[in-house]
Design a protein around this ligand. Structure first.
Ligand SMILES: [Zn+2]
Length: 197
């Protein structure tokens, strides 16, 4: 069977907006379904990729349960909300893969130095094997250095979402991480993959 091409997406900051927690002054993933909002243009971007022959698969580190920030029930509800919001536009994802581990997890069950937490390539490779994907023909779109590093480690193309910030340049240079392409949002990234590839 011929392998297919995929676009792997990080979740927080790519598919949905990050949440600013005023009381603690930090930006993090949504902890409850009410905090989950899609980024602008996401359903259109996913439709464009799927119509262009790509499977669209979420590959995301989600240590919130491990850290005690999110209950397993809310984690599930957040995923259901994401799928319901996409479904309003007639979109279904081709897969969702999450690493729930963290080496310093407060919840013992998830305390693990695993092979699936990005920047390790394990979760991308698992998704690729299970969904019959040709990794070398596929793309990873993320908003973090760990995403770009995971893509490089897995051997797929990558797009960094966001603006290149100087402090990020130094960090990337020191770690040998080089984004192939930088785009401001998922829709412009999808355009680049479909028209440019
Ligand atoms: Zn893991």
């Amino acid at each position: 069977m011929t392998k297919e091409k995929a676009v792997f997406l990080d979740r927080d900051g790519v598919v949905n907006e990050l949440v600013y927690f005023h009381e603690r002054g930090i930006i993090d993933s949504p902890f409850v379904p009410d905090q989950f909002r899609l980024c602008p243009g996401v359903p259109q971007a996913i439709r464009k990729l799927q119509n262009g022959g790509c499977k669209v698969i979420i590959v995301s580190n989600q240590p919130g349960i491990a850290k005690g920030h999110i209950t397993p029930a809310n984690f599930k509800k957040i995923s259901e909300k994401m799928k319901a919001l996409l479904k309003k536009d007639g979109i279904s994802l081709d897969g969702e893969y999450y690493c729930l581990h963290h080496p310093e997890a407060v919840v013992k069950q998830y305390r693990l130095d695993c092979e699936c937490r990005k920047p390790k390539p394990g979760l991308i490779l698992k998704a690729a094997a299970e969904c019959n994907i040709d990794v070398s023909a596929s793309w990873f779109i993320g908003d973090n250095l760990t995403d770009i590093k995971a893509a490089q480690n897995a051997g797929c193309h990558n797009i960094l979402l966001g603006k290149m910030r100087c402090e990020m340049c130094d960090l990337m240079y020191n770690q040998g991480i080089k984004p192939e392409v930088i785009k401001t949002n998922l829709l412009t990234a999808a355009d680049f993959i479909i028209k440019g590839a």
